[in-house]
Design a protein around this ligand. Structure first.
Ligand code: CO
Length: 425
């Protein structure tokens, strides 16, 4: 940096009020640095970044079923590095030799087909950027009273963004030839839980990808290596990993994953069996729970997304919800992808609560905590998308600012949970 640009940067820093004026000795001609490390065939993160890790609840009864949260409080942009993409497993991560991998398509088709990886990769592909979100994301929102030490990662880290490359499922189904009575595609994974989810035929033909690349490289084992489904905008558990079989049928499987798990309880006690589309979400990742800020300028940064399409707007309040300002959305704003929002803010050192609220292009508005529980039962477990509040204490500490609900604690209906957070945290 030359002297002029250094002074310019310094002036800019002083203008936002963050720079501390200290006497420094600045040597414009430091000694030549020592010879660095040699070329490497595979890059590694800086050792100074080793603390940026997925969060795994210490209270999980087993690390073979559960979830690891993407560290969203420490990431920027809309694409997550493959090693930090959130992970949800039901029976551990299988090791699959791509040479032995096969995909069977059968059932209500004219020509049952079997693909090996080489044959699949010769088909026409598409690359698209999408979020994938666990239906259990936000599960800590069911906790009552709200947990004061919640972080952004533990609040909404069961979502990630990536560019997925694969063959449109429509092409494979057309190759097999659907019989007129075909209504559902039952997708089965090769993990020890034999995970099965049912996809309505319209969705299967619309935009589902049979994906074998994640951000340009092979899928990570924990994200379905060698092949998984990507079902845009729908809950993660239907985006079957380690895909091995597609059974075309005239009815859904009513598998474990769509009966004892991933069903949703209404306030009157009735249960919705198929709740697929992920509702609009947003979360401020900076400043957020567990961080500590100093008075002065801050760029509020966060993520928004919706399974119904593009994010139309994100509104941010820095005064506990009394007034709202429209945040700037960083380009690109993509259909069913993570969207980054920012808002410049000066914190003067007073205690306050900051919030964000997403609006999607279908007109859905992210609800307050109270509004959410008018729609879903307090003992439900999935699809929590209530507004996350962060309280900034006068000393700069940031805590969960979610308001307690009238009525006090309600025990969850069923044991377990994606992150092991609600019952075991
Ligand atoms: Co659901």
């Amino acid at each position: 940096m030359d002297r002029r640009s250094f002074l310019k940067t310094l002036a800019a820093a002083l203008a936002v009020g963050n720079a501390r004026v200290v006497a420094v000795e600045f040597d414009p001609f430091p000694p030549a640095p020592r010879l660095g490390k040699p070329l490497s065939p595979v890059g590694e993160r800086s050792r100074f970044e080793a603390h940026v890790q997925r969060y795994i609840s210490p209270n999980l009864p087993s690390r073979h079923t559960g979830a690891a949260f993407a560290p969203i409080s420490e990431l920027d942009g809309i694409i997550h590095p493959n090693g930090l993409h959130f992970e949800r497993d039901h029976a551990g991560v299988p090791e699959i030799d791509p040479k032995k991998w096969r995909l069977v398509i059968h059932g209500l088709v004219e020509r049952p087909l079997i693909f090996d990886l080489e044959t699949l990769m010769r088909m026409p592909t598409e690359s698209r950027i999408y979020f994938i979100e666990c239906a259990g994301n936000g599960q800590n929102g069911y906790r009552e009273p709200p947990e004061p030490t919640l972080t952004a990662t533990r609040s909404r880290g069961l979502v990630s963004g990536a560019e997925w490359t694969g063959v449109p499922l429509r092409i494979l189904l057309e190759e097999a030839g659907l019989k007129p009575e075909a209504r559902w595609v039952l997708a089965e994974g090769a993990d020890a839980s034999a995970w099965v989810r049912s996809i309505p035929i319209d969705k299967a033909l619309a935009d589902v990808l049979v994906a074998f690349r994640q951000n340009g490289e092979a899928l990570r084992p924990e994200n379905g290596y060698p092949v998984r489904l990507v079902v845009p905008g729908w809950e993660g558990s239907i985006q079957v990993k380690w895909l091995r079989r597609l059974l075309v049928a005239d009815q859904p499987a009513m598998s474990r994953g769509e009966t004892s798990e991933y069903t949703d309880v209404r306030p009157d006690g009735t249960v919705d069996a198929f709740t697929w589309v992920m509702e609009p979400q947003s979360i401020i990742t900076r400043p957020s729970g567990g961080q500590r800020i100093a008075p002065g300028f801050h760029e509020i940064r966060g993520l928004a997304w919706s399974g119904f399409g593009k994010i139309r707007a994100v509104e941010v309040s820095t005064d506990g919800g009394k007034t709202w300002q429209e945040a700037r959305l960083s380009e690109p704003v993509l259909d069913r992808a993570l969207t980054r929002f920012t808002l410049p803010w000066r914190w003067e050192g007073q205690e306050t609560v900051i919030l964000s609220r997403a609006v999607d292009e279908a007109g859905n508005v992210q609800p307050t905590r109270e509004e959410f529980f008018r729609r879903w039962a307090r003992n439900n477990r999935y699809h929590y998308n209530g507004i996350q509040a962060w309280r900034i204490r006068a000393d700069g500490r940031v805590e969960n600012g979610d308001p307690p609900l009238a009525g006090g604690p309600v025990p969850p209906l069923r044991a377990g949970g994606c992150g092991g957070e609600v019952l075991d945290g």
